[in-house]
Design a protein around this ligand. Structure first.
Ligand SMILES: [Zn+2]
Ligand SMILES: [Zn+2]
Ligand SMILES: [Zn+2]
Ligand SMILES: [Zn+2]
Ligand SMILES: [Zn+2]
Length: 319
């Protein structure tokens, strides 16, 4: 089902004070699930019948349903889904709890959210920027972890019964996750605390996938890194904001800073080194380098400046 663009902007532009009760997200979910039938006029249940959302085969995001626009319901659904994830165990949080989670997200954005990446330690390259849907070794998504932990830098898992002490990236694509070279699954290697451990199905001592990362290095050369905005700035790493900083959901953005963040580190580095690597120290001190090496040094510094701080053609427009 493809949403129509119409009316989408109405809800997107809503102010922080005019929050839609998140309980509407279930209604939005209902609308989405039945989206294909909207044009047929055969909609059964609750909201769709009450609301005239039939707009030539698509959803009308500006239509008012249950006191808010369809677009606002969908935004409310997205917001709840991102801040809570599967940590509610399938039972919606009371509105009061959700409101306090939103305040937490707002505070975290003001003090600086955490950036979570999966880094090749020898190259210093952020091979994967962890996002809300990235999977932890404990089996739960990043959004279900304590994404507000910018002091301890240990986003523990919030799912009931999970003792995972801090998010640990599980490599994979989509729903497919890397198997260990013993052929067994990550869950066969999961300890009671959700950490990698010896295999429960064979004599294999540790989780070590045979597949390599896109950077060419084995998985074992990588580690999950949790940094604050200050850590990243000090290291000369990208801390660019996402395209719409007003939304509280950005507190759970992990390592994402732009659309390019979703590509593997090697591809981002090929586009522009600063998208995956720390800025070279020399380029941050061009004057010192000039003094040291004279004219040739100045030319070199200008070159590195162009690499480290120059415009990013084709990417800026996407922010
Ligand atoms: Zn976890
Ligand atoms: Zn967990
Ligand atoms: Zn194994
Ligand atoms: Zn095994
Ligand atoms: Zn890598």
């Amino acid at each position: 089902m493809k949403p129509t663009g119409r009316g989408r902007g109405v809800s997107r532009g809503r102010g922080r004070g005019r929050a839609v009760p998140f309980a509407h997200h279930y209604e939005a979910q209902g609308l989405l699930q039945r989206g294909g039938a909207v044009s047929g006029g055969t909609l059964e249940p609750r909201l769709p019948r009450r609301a005239a959302v039939e707009t030539g085969g698509g959803l009308d995001f500006a239509a008012v349903v249950g006191g808010a626009t369809v677009g606002a319901h969908i935004d409310a659904f997205e917001e709840y889904n991102l801040l809570v994830g599967e940590s509610d165990g399938g039972a919606a949080l009371p509105q009061r709890e959700f409101d306090s989670l939103k305040r937490k997200a707002h505070k975290v954005l003001e003090s600086g959210r955490i950036f979570v990446t999966w880094r090749n330690l020898s190259m210093g390259m952020d091979c994967v920027n962890v996002g809300p849907h990235s999977r932890c070794f404990c089996g739960h998504s990043y959004k279900a972890h304590a994404w507000w932990e910018n002091k301890s830098k240990k986003p523990r898992c919030r799912c009931k019964g999970c003792a995972c002490p801090s998010f640990s990236y599980l490599p994979g694509r989509g729903a497919q996750h890397a198997r260990c070279s013993c052929k067994h699954l990550p869950e066969d290697h999961r300890s009671a605390r959700g950490l990698p451990a010896k295999c429960s199905k064979c004599a294999c001592k540790c989780f070590a996938p045979a597949a390599r990362c896109a950077c060419g290095a084995p998985y074992g050369d990588h580690a999950t890194i949790v940094e604050t905005v200050h850590d990243r700035r000090a290291a000369g790493r990208s801390t660019e904001p996402l395209w719409d900083e007003r939304s509280e959901t950005h507190a759970v953005a992990g390592g994402l800073t732009s659309f390019a963040s979703l590509a593997p580190g090697v591809d981002r580095a090929a586009l522009h080194p600063s998208l995956a690597l720390p800025r070279p120290t020399a380029s941050r001190r061009p004057t010192a380098r000039r003094r040291r090496a004279g004219r040739a040094g100045a030319a070199g510094a200008a070159r590195s400046r162009a690499v480290a701080g120059g415009p990013r053609p084709g990417l800026r427009g996407l922010h």
